[in-house]
Design a protein around this ligand. Structure first.
Ligand code: ZN
Length: 502
């Protein structure tokens, strides 16, 4: 096109067009003037961070192509606006759920308040077969989930979200899983939740999900137990349904050993062998459970893993380590166990030798910024070691952990990272690329995922260079965490959040 304008006038015109587009795109929202497009994306991103509102930054991060989520507990990743309907939907598989809405002092003094079945806990959810085993007094404390009134329903949904100032590590470890009760043991609920996660992550620009999902202790509607390989088939069938395939998200799964359980070694043997014979979908073993209970310390499992490695091949290890707020050798010992990825690694920063070992190394730390704050492993983001790892060459990726319980998504993790640590565009790209590079998926699929990421990134950067406002996601969905912490609660962002709640 013939150049009729001076360079400066042309630049201003482009800026005006970009601003107008932004205003049209976000009609009704305050929108800062976006910097004009530039050839150097890294430079442009610095100007964008300086000029953008939080909403614009969020929309940008939501739209940005991402890689995968490598640290995701499926049972803790059921978002609050999915849970209730998802539980009711299991009627089609013969399940009816009941939940405890009042306490009538049915059990005498002296019960176990800290086990799997604490009595003085509202909203413990049971399937019909478990409910039938209760005596009449306890039955009177429960209501069918489908019959909750509006207040009870809101409270039931909220009882598994960590959103109040006094709620933290103890609420999470000692009430959330216990309340979930038989929902935690339902393979169809888990399979549907997996697909909902794939859909939501797909909208955020992810193409890979490596989720920890249960296979032991799952119940049929009559209360009998499914063998783990039947649970695996339920997941396989669900992943072959059109809505799962349509997400374009590749899934691989891990199993998790409850590390401090008395029979944890037996569980490790069972699950390790399970992964070895279900390699089409399962790629690795993880260890979970609070690390401040040192009965599950890493070296407890060294001999068992050495035995298992004599028998099986190809079972990968990603293990929670250093998810504590006191110094110890857990990360170092976990590397000795054979772990290739470390979950959290918050206290790695206190171990100088392991910090040196991990720089530019083959091991990745799965960083969970939202989780670490809410579970009180850091009291403020100024204490988090993530930027030190990232900027001294320790491989890191961002992940969501138990996102349903924080009400968050992967964009929230990126938003926290950019807001708190001033991430650059190359750092954002590295984080996403790492989340594929360090995945346990087989090499051929990994190569495809990395190739696809490069193509999507190139396309995003080209669109950004043409018209920055056009790349900002118009249908970004934020969640409760950024609303509570950063005040990013705009209705257009969170319109879906409460739509099912009265
Ligand atoms: Zn975790």
């Amino acid at each position: 096109m013939p150049r009729l304008l001076s360079a400066e006038a042309y630049r201003r015109l482009r800026l005006a067009v970009a601003c107008l587009s932004a205003v049209l795109l976000f009609s009704g929202s305050a929108s800062a003037a976006l910097p004009p497009p530039g050839k150097n994306i890294a430079q442009w991103f610095e100007a964008f961070k300086a000029a953008a509102t939080d909403e614009e930054l969020y929309r940008f991060l939501y739209a940005m192509p991402k890689g995968g989520d490598l640290h995701n507990h499926l049972s803790g990743s059921v978002l609050d606006d999915w849970t209730y309907q998802l539980a009711l939907d299991q009627a089609r598989h013969g399940y009816t759920f009941y939940t405890r809405v009042r306490i009538n002092n049915c059990r005498p003094y002296g019960g176990d308040a800290f086990g799997r079945d604490p009595y003085l806990l509202l909203f413990v959810t049971l399937q019909q077969s478990s409910y039938e085993h209760l005596d009449d007094c306890e039955k009177s404390e429960f209501k069918p989930l489908a019959e909750l009134d509006a207040g009870e329903k809101r409270a039931w949904v909220n009882s598994m979200v960590l959103d109040k100032p006094h709620e933290g590590r103890d609420e999470f470890f000692q009430t959330h899983w216990q309340r979930m009760g038989d929902l935690y043991a339902n393979p169809f609920y888990a399979a549907d939740a997996l697909v909902l996660n794939m859909q939501a992550f797909g909208r955020e620009g992810l193409r890979y999900l490596e989720s920890m999902i249960g296979v032991l202790g799952f119940k049929r509607a009559d209360g009998s137990l499914y063998p783990p390989d039947e649970v695996a088939d339920i997941y396989r069938r669900r992943l072959q349904e059109p809505d799962a395939i349509a997400t374009g998200v590749t899934v691989r799964l891990q199993v998790a050993v409850l590390r401090f359980a008395p029979a944890a070694e037996d569980m490790l043997r069972t699950l390790y062998a399970f992964v070895a014979r279900n390699r089409d979908l399962w790629v690795g073993v993880n260890f979970v459970g609070r690390e401040d209970n040192d009965k599950g310390h890493p070296l407890r499992f060294l001999q068992t893993l050495r035995e298992l490695r004599r028998e099986h091949h190809g079972v990968r290890l990603s293990i929670h380590a250093g998810e504590v707020d006191e110094p110890n050798d857990h990360v170092r010992d976990t590397l000795l166990l054979g772990a290739e990825r470390i979950g959290h690694g918050v206290n790695l920063i206190t171990d100088d030798d392991s910090m040196r070992l991990m720089r530019h190394g083959p091991y990745l730390v799965e960083i969970n910024l939202v989780s670490n704050l809410l579970l009180e492993y850091v009291s403020d983001y100024g204490e988090h070691p993530f930027p030190e790892y990232l900027r001294t060459g320790i491989p890191v990726a961002l992940s969501t952990d138990d996102r349903g319980m924080w009400d968050s998504n992967l964009t929230d993790e990126f938003f926290v990272a950019v807001r708190e640590y001033n991430l650059s565009w190359p750092e954002l790209v590295t984080l996403s690329r790492n989340s594929l590079q360090y995945a346990f998926v087989e090499d051929a699929v990994k190569a495809q995922l990395l190739g696809d990421f490069a193509v999507r990134l190139g396309d995003f950067e080209r669109r950004l260079q043409r018209q920055p406002a056009a790349v900002l996601a118009s249908e970004a969905r934020s969640h409760g965490f950024v609303c509570r912490r950063y005040g990013l609660c705009d209705l257009s962002l969170s319109a879906e959040t409460d739509k099912d709640l009265p």
